[in-house]
Design a protein. Structure first.
Length: 293
């Protein structure tokens, strides 16, 4: 269902569509691909490409056009993949060219509701408002600031050619860089940040995650306060894992984290890709305990 709304400062229109939460907590939206669908897709600010499952590739009759020159970086490591045609998607009534796609099944094995992943090759064409508390996704023209009426905090985004959203954060007094990832179930610290916070084997309150993350051993712990701009999450469960993803993103030379959907689902995000600006609202005042999965 599409609705048009006015932004606070003028007559710029926004396209809206409902947003759902999958059983495992990640946001899911419906979109059409090449006039077919709708198909449920994970809304993933940590994915560069819009991807589909093998079953959806076959259903759409997508054609293989070659091999990806560089492996796709997943949480547990790089994976070499083939490239397929895609065409265009229709999201909230807005068309967006997406000429190619890759086939990824593993990230969706635990998200039974989804047929693929909606990534930044589509999202970065817009200014995107992700309102998980209100269960809606809004698309605005690129460069648009959020509407007035919400208590927005502004966090400048590092300018990156890959459009990954990296902002400055502070965790229990330690400065770090945070990658904003709605497709991650939990918040994950790299080795440097975990060590700075004392989340190390045998430390009080620190445990070992049963299966790790993507095959990488991980520790579990809790931080008292994690802040991005004016937004602060308190008593947040986290995991610590030396994922290859951090090196692939250039975030392995100091404290860094993936800020996952255990925290992000509590706030509204407005991502202005064109202006390198992330706006977010404050989470609820009550202590928040992460999913810890």
């Amino acid at each position: 269902m599409l609705a048009a709304v006015l932004l606070g400062g003028g007559a710029v229109m926004a396209a809206e569509t409902p947003l759902k939460l999958a059983e495992r907590g990640v946001p899911v939206v419906d979109l059409a691909i090449n006039g077919k669908g709708p198909f449920a897709m994970v809304l993933d600010t940590g994915a560069g490409l819009t991807t589909v499952t093998t079953a959806l590739k076959d259903e759409l009759g997508l054609l293989k056009v070659g091999r990806m020159a560089q492996p796709v970086q997943l949480a547990g490591g790089a994976q070499t993949v083939d490239i397929y045609t895609l065409g265009f998607v229709m999201l909230a009534g807005e068309p967006a060219p997406a000429p190619i796609t890759v086939i990824l099944d593993a990230p969706l094995r635990r998200v039974r509701e989804a047929r693929g992943i909606l990534g930044m090759n589509v999202l970065s064409r817009f200014a995107v408002e992700i309102d998980q508390p209100g269960r809606r996704l809004s698309l605005h023209p690129a460069g648009t600031a959020p509407a007035r009426g919400a208590d927005w905090s502004l966090a400048p985004m590092a300018r990156r050619a890959d459009f990954f959203i990296v902002v400055e954060a502070e965790i229990d007094g330690v400065a770090a860089r945070a990658m904003i990832d709605t497709g991650a179930n939990e918040t994950i610290l790299n080795a440097a940040l975990a060590e700075a916070l004392g989340i190390t084997p045998g430390a009080p309150g620190v445990g070992r995650a049963g299966s790790g993350i993507g095959g990488v051993p991980s520790l579990t712990g809790r931080v008292a306060a994690l802040s991005v701009a004016g937004a602060t999450w308190r008593d947040l469960d986290v995991q610590a894992a030396d994922l290859p993803l951090f090196a692939a993103l250039g975030l392995d030379d100091g404290p860094a984290l993936v800020l996952g959907n255990d925290a992000l689902k509590l706030v509204r995000l407005h991502i202005d890709y064109a202006g390198d600006r992330l706006y977010l609202t404050r989470p609820p005042a009550e202590p928040v305990v992460g999913a810890g999965r």
